[in-house]
Ligand binder design. Structure first.
Ligand SMILES: *Cc1c(COP(=O)(O)O)cnc(C)c1O
Length: 457
């Protein structure tokens, strides 16, 4: 049955009737006309009426080389003709092996083992359990106390209970507080709303001084620190000041805790380099990858770790050192084949080399957004952009949630042929990495007009 032959109004009705959408207030959703995507090509998505939209958020931060890329399509089809799935529990498969080898080659130095799963949240769950078990299996008795995790305020690491425990976004996480394990938190490096009221000019990295104090105090009980390197994505594209990542990593080494880099959002070119950690020459003990790993095609995630951590899990079966964690579709061959094709494209297309020019274009154009009086802060790292809207620029007073300011801006953008997804009052731009300068310009123009229209200028 061809979906195209189904009456669009029936699809709209069934969407309302049968689907509970994630991160969506369904009462509001059911009052709006749903946007139903039928196909994609390059930088564009097309709805069931044939309307064309620029994909301004890379389909929730995943699309890398564009939609319906012939090379990735072909790689999946070729694998499909061999086998769609076979388990990684005790067996192996060809694309999973080839991809693991590639990931280790390209990852920051020292990461040598790949543990697969299927989403960002599971990549983080694995990192947490791995770090925890690592310390429990050390010979040194003192290390058995290392059971806690240090995380940043405003962090987002996914929606499963472990990942929520190390998260810090009140709106999403507050209600689940009684279900979560206890963590130690440090202030977010949120320069626009600096807790110490500092400006860039007089910043003495108070956030890092505070971080060191916390680590020092809790070192004996800390298993690991987890953070999103360079950009706290879901918090509203909060870009940490230069050197923050590097220093956080150093502190973890100095005080003997593991450093987990959650590059689920920042990985695969998004920040202008393959991995955000590479901007500050950081090698984490554990690296979480997902979102862009398959070029935005299929669910796949990987948690990479070091030889040292891996070795702590070795022993005879009866010793109980085995890592008892796994997901049914772990290392799915179709997803791994898509990921391999995506990495081939990175190598052959010169895409990474084009990113600095695109990022520079964005930053030049984004400066103009400050002419809109309700634009409080514009943040950018590579091709990740957050535009924070405020009710009052001087006091930085945020819009009240009821104003639905972000939502109204993205609905306005949709009318003009651009798909966006806000984070509350922050307008997010996450262009597909292969977008042309001209497409980037269109995204910026539509976004500018939409903000201007909605905020009443
Ligand atoms: C999106 C995201 C996750 C969760 O990934 P899912 O695939 O949605 O589970 C985890 N960490 C970061 C930094 C993310 O941006």
């Amino acid at each position: 049955m061809q979906t195209a032959t189904i009456d669009p109004t029936v699809l709209e009705k069934w969407d309302q009737e049968y689907i509970w959408h994630p991160f969506t207030q369904m009462q509001q959703y059911q009052q709006e006309k749903p946007l139903i995507i039928e196909r994609g090509e390059g930088s564009y998505l097309y709805d069931i009426y044939g309307n064309k939209y620029l994909d301004g958020v890379s389909s929730l931060w995943v699309t890398v080389h564009g939609h319906c890329h012939p090379r990735i399509n072909r790689a999946i089809i070729r694998q499909l003709e061999k086998v769609a799935h076979s388990t990684l529990l005790g067996l192996s498969n060809v694309p999973a092996i080839l991809l693991a080898q590639r990931l280790v080659q390209m990852a920051p130095a020292g990461l040598s083992k790949v543990f697969y799963s299927d989403s960002g949240a599971t990549a983080v769950e694995i990192a947490i359990k791995m770090a925890y078990q690592y310390w429990q299996q050390q010979g040194n008795e003192q290390y058995r106390h290392k059971k806690k995790f240090l995380c940043l305020q405003l962090a987002y690491h996914g929606d499963t209970i472990g990942a929520v425990s190390v998260g810090g976004i009140d709106t999403f996480h507050r209600i689940f507080a009684p279900l979560l394990f206890e963590t130690i938190t440090a202030p977010a490096p949120y320069c626009y709303r600096c807790p110490w009221q500092q400006e860039k000019s007089n910043c003495r990295r108070e956030c890092l001084q505070e971080l060191e104090k916390i680590i020092k105090k809790h070192q004996h009980e800390l298993a690991a620190m987890i953070m999103e390197p360079l950009v706290q994505g879901a918090a509203g594209m909060i870009v940490s000041p230069p050197g923050y990542l590097r220093r956080a990593r150093e502190l973890c080494r100095q005080y003997n805790l593991l450093f987990i880099a959650d590059e689920v959002a920042t990985g695969f070119g998004r920040t202008g380099k393959m991995f955000a950690c590479q901007h500050e020459e950081v090698s984490p003990d554990i690296l979480c990858l997902a979102k862009g790993i398959t070029g935005g095609y299929l669910p796949l995630a990987a948690t990479l770790t070091t030889e040292e951590i891996f070795r702590a899990f070795l022993g005879r079966p009866e010793e109980g050192r085995t890592f008892y964690h796994g997901h049914t579709y772990t290392g799915n061959p179709l997803a791994c084949a898509a990921a391999l094709a995506s990495l081939d494209l990175f190598e052959q297309s010169g895409l990474l080399q084009e990113l600095p020019e695109k990022a520079a274009f964005l930053s030049g154009e984004l400066a103009k957004f400050y002419s809109l009086p309700h634009v409080g802060d514009v943040r950018q790292k590579g091709l990740m952009v957050g535009i924070e809207l405020v009710l009052d620029r001087t006091s930085k007073e945020p819009y009240p949630p009821g104003a639905q300011i972000g939502h109204r801006v993205i609905l306005a953008a949709r009318q003009k042929g651009l798909i966006l997804r806000p984070l509350g009052h922050v307008i997010v731009l996450m262009p597909v990495l292969t977008m042309s300068i001209d497409e980037l310009r269109q995204i910026l123009e539509i976004t500018y007009q939409s903000i201007a229209g909605v905020t009443g200028e």
